[in-house]
Structure formats: C-alpha cells, structure tokens
Write a protein that binds this ligand. Sequence first.
Ligand code: GUN
Ligand code: ZN
Length: 443
Amino acid sequence: EQPQVSAVRGHAITFTGDPFFDDGAFVDVPDGLIVSEGGRITAFGSFDDTRHAVPDGVEVTHYPDHLICAGFIDTHIHYVQTGIIGAFGSQLIDWLNHYTFIEEQNFADRAHADDVARRYFDELLRNGTTTAVTFCAVYPESVDAFFEESVRRGTRMVGGKVLMDRNAPDHLLDTAQSGYDESKELIARWHGNGRQMYAITPRFAPTSTPEQLEAAGTLWAESPGTFVHTHVSENTGEIAWVRSLFPDRAGYLDVYDHYGLLGRRSVLAHGVHLTDRERARVAETGSAVAHCPTSNLFLGSGLFHVHDAKDPKRPMHVGLGTDVGAGTSFSLLATMNEAYKVAELNNYPMNAIKSFYLATLGGAEALDLADDIGSLAVGKEADFVVLDPNATPLLSYRSGRAKTTEELMFVLSIMADDRSVAATYVAGAIAHAREEDRSGPAD
Ligand code: GUN
Ligand code: ZN
C-alpha cells in the first residue's frame, strides 16, 4: 500500500533553470527535506525551515551521507532491446539486421513482452530512472505490456508502437493504414491514462514509406499532447541511405519536417551529424535531441556536439538517452560518464552541474514535461533518487576527498552506476530499495 504522505531527509540538489545559460540555476541544500502527499511534493527546503510541514505521525526517512536528486529521465531507450544489449561487432545498419530485427520479432508473443517489460522496469528503477521515452515493438500488444507494467509501478512513462512498413523482415512490417489505425487505438487507450503518455514512433526514415510518414504526421496533428519519437542522423551510412530514399528532400531532418513531424514534444534520437542548418531548424521548431553517448560510442556512430547543441544563439532542447540495446547501460550516471568523455573529445568541458541537469530538469524541459517532473519543487511529482557516494570502497575513498558538492557530483557522474542507487521514489513512495539496504545493516 502506498503511503499517502512521505517525508525524506538528506543532502538534496536540484535546478531552477538551465545551468548552460544561468549560473544561478543550481540549488544545493545540504540538509534538505522533501514532503509529498498524493504523489506530489508539498514542501521542499532545508530541514530546519521545512520540518513544520511534516504532518503529525509521519515518520521522516533520513539518508545521511547520501545525495538526493530528481528521478533520472531517459529521453531515448528501447525496452524490446533489453535482451540484446552488448551484441558484438557491427555498426548501425548491420546491428539492426543481425540482432535487433531478430529479437523484436519475439514481441509478437505477449508472454515474452510481459517478461521483458518486468525486467525493464526493474532495471530502470534500480538505476534511478523514473521516466523513460521508450520504443516498443511494431506489435500493439508489446505496447500494452509496457504501459500495463508502468501502471503497476506508478511511473510517468512515454512510449509507443514502432511504425515501419519497408526495409525490414516481413514479420516486423505494418502498413501506412494499419500503423495509423493501431496507433490511434493505443493513443485512446493509453495517452493521459494516469501518468502514461503516447509517442507516435516511426522507427526512422529508411523503414517508413512516404505514405507512412504522412499518416504519422496526420495522426500527430489529430492527437494533442502526444509525442513523436524517432531517430535522426546517427550514422553517416544511414544518412546517405536516407538521401537516396528521399531524393526530393533537402536532407535527413527535412524528411521529418516535410511530413509535419517536428515541433514541441518531437524527440529525435542522436542527431550526431546534424548540419548547422538542421540544428537551427531543430531549435526553431522546439524539437528535442536525445544525446546517447554510450550508444554512439558502442556503434561507432560519432561524437555528439553538446556545445553546438547548446549554442546560446539557437539553443536546442537536449536530454540524455541510454538507447539500450545499442547503448551499453541503463544508468544515467554511466551515461553522464560517457557524455563527459565525448565532450572532452570535442574539447568542451562538461561539468557535473550540466550533466545532472541534462539527466533531470533538462530532460523534462526537452520533453515539455517540466511542469510535472525534473526537479525538486513544490507541486512537482515526487519522483526522486537517493544516491550513495559510499557504495564501493574506491568510490567511498574518492568521494571522501571531495571538497565541494560539485566535486562530489562529478565523482559520481564519472564513477557511479546502479550500485550507488540506494533508493528510488516514484510519486512519493519507495519503488526500489537496494538489496543490502532492505536486509538491514550486516553488523
Ligand atoms: N535507428 C533505427 N532503429 C534504431 C535502433 O533500434 N537503435 C538505434 N540506435 N538506431 C536506430
Ligand atoms: Zn534508438
């Protein structure tokens, strides 16, 4: 049973704006208190200033020597690829043909979809991820499996049925009409059903005919508040293929633009090789790019330019994505680690304030969900993660030498992963507690 009211005390960090542009956006509360009621935060501040807001009889859960931040937001991931993470030896198109398109056919089986959905949510929550923009498979049942599991966990999720009607095995293909009809039905069933939100999900330009992209644009225009979720400019071979398939379009991004698939709540994975003009168009339309560094390195796709994306002259909305199963970890902390290294290769120092922002409020703003999630603030949904800087001997030794909160955050962003997630709270209730914490102290 979920408690109606909860109170959690510890070192809290959060954001009131975008630290790429605002030096005052970072908020550090060394002894903080988060009170929530009915799934939303009703009080947040220093323990001394906020303790009066804890109703009589409610016990305060205290996490000394931990760091509490808003739940991580994964802006791009495939639940149906959980079972093929870490598949050896190829770049994007070969990887799709050899591994992905084989495994996704298994999701015609509802029992398999249910099993993987359970494992997927277990992984998300043990990694502190409370919202994930998720590709399902082409089969509508795979979407039901995903959202039914999300309802059981109480999470705010975005997901949808893949649309693909060419250039893949027959068994994985829908048609422009069936894809439209099935997506429309799924929107009616799931979009706005509690915390669930729907994304119209054309896989990427090469696997959809012009007719299917047209139908997707029509459906999006008919379905207010829904998302578009796809991939763009991930791999140079892919980009050349799109040019040959759509010779009348100015480039890859223009294919989506032409069919009305750019705008607020359009989420484009990767964007590694976007041109200056394309980046300007992403910014102008309010579309978002999901930066997926573990995937971009694993598939040898290239290096995303976060400093260009955040050019103050035309800032793009950017979130972090794991892109499992091409991505190699469910952890947004591990993703921050790789994002830092990718930025270093571009000669740009990504500090921990920016990394944690991208994984929380930056993701929420990219998704146009910042009214509900992404930071610790009164009125927001009470999704947050409790991080343990003492999770391993080396992490504990190194964290102990950190002189500032920012240094501690940087060490976590480089060294930590699911071992440091002591607890994950969803709508004010505990949704994951690390095994060793559940069984109590050993001594
Ligand atoms: N492009 C089209 N489909 C996929 C996919 O499943 N993963 C990645 N990383 N890129 C894609
Ligand atoms: Zn992907």
